[in-house]
Design a protein around this ligand. Sequence first.
Ligand code: FAD
Length: 453
Amino acid sequence: STVATAETSLTILGGGLVGSLLALYMARRGFPVQVLERRPDPRLAGPIEGRSINLALSDRGWRALEGVGIAEEIRQVGIPMYGRVMHDQQGRLTSQPYGAKDQAIYSVSRAGLNRTLLDLVEQQPGVAVRFEQQCLNVDVRNRRLELRDVPTDTVYEQQYSRLFGADGAYSAVRGALQKTDRFDYSQSYLEYGYKELNIAAGPAGSWQLEKHALHIWPRGQYMMIALPNLDGTFTCTLFFPYEGPHSFAALQTPAQVEFFFQEVFPDAAPLMPELTEDFFQNPTGSLVTVRCFPWSYQDSVLLLGDAAHAIVPFYGQGMNAGFEDCTILHQLLGEQDHDWQAVFDTFERQRKPNTDAMAEMAVYNFEEMRDRVADPRFLLQKKIESKISAQYPDQWVPLYPQVTFSHTPYAEAWADGQRQDQIMARLMPHIHSEADYDQPEVQALVAREMAAL
Ligand code: FAD
């Protein structure tokens, strides 16, 4: 009946990556779903240009896509990256695998992934996606949304019975929860911004750098990274201080940008023919971490994805964590038979320590990528860690593969990683080369550490 439909219907605010995947999960469970999205339908913008912005998709994200049967389709258009390639200031390269031989993270187009998800959402019976609907306000007590129809600039109200806030780092739903009793909230910005730039394709759409890698130009206080696209280009991201001697503030003219890139990224600069246009046309993005709790209001509102836990991008886990939210919510619904209050309570209690840990790891990895990966001692340490892991596979899974290639809760992975760091701090003073690992006294130290783990 219509009454039952109204009561069971779900409203999802935000048709981005997490909102559209959540819509798919919920529609396939048989709920009527309405998605409200501020932006125009991205599928009407014509074919995706080659230079679409990409993201690193890893195992937690893949599992969530497998849950709705679309992992294979996405994998077809993803590019596996098996490790990092570091570029020093003389253009010399070093590399570091991400995990075991066949383990890779995948570079996928953000727009392409969002479009694929939206196509599938709209094929589901009982789902309506409404674009260009901006949420201005949420009255959580009376379950009412204040919306603006963007094309006509008309404001109207709409009731909901259950609302999912998948509206990103600057969530309007979270904004409404902030006005409820005992709601914890914090946000913190890095003193760094980011700028997306491009490396051109070579002849006949070839890749001018190693295709199957994530490239890093670590420079101590800043860095640039690049991920491959299908058309031979790479999307680069410069992570750079807002202020200071090397900063956005210090680069004001095309000539300054050209000079700076030729000096500090000498092997990349010649591959970036549109550098100065990109630099001055593309916006400078900021990098925020958002923490809040609770993520729910009674049994009627739940936050997920960036709306609940926005993190800085250095572990490539923001979307993956948001997709994992969908997997976990789906599992809990299965177990708890639609007692929404119980599901929301369990969900936020289970997820919060994990996304907090992920937020910390993301900041930690920034220091590693921009600074430590350029240090030969650090690279030696990573080699020793993989030897330990090969010798004691049950006791030692390094942090990166645990986060990226496992489903171990983030908080457990982070605790393991911190224990491993302490052990390495004790071992490394005894190790000066890879061969030292096989010395009897080093082997004895390692054995003692493993016994204590
Ligand atoms: P969003 O993608 O932000 O989607 C929110 C949606 O809600 C949008 O479509 C928006 O238009 C809509 N919306 C917002 N407000 C309203 C409103 N008031 N009314 C109606 N609609 C609204 N993650 C990875 O896993 N791997 C990576 O490699 C990676 N790289 C990144 C690189 C950078 C530079 C950045 C900034 C992030 C990166 N991330 C990465 C993180 C990832 O982008 C986010 O975690 C992910 O997009 C979160 O998805 P979401 O759906 O929760 O939010």
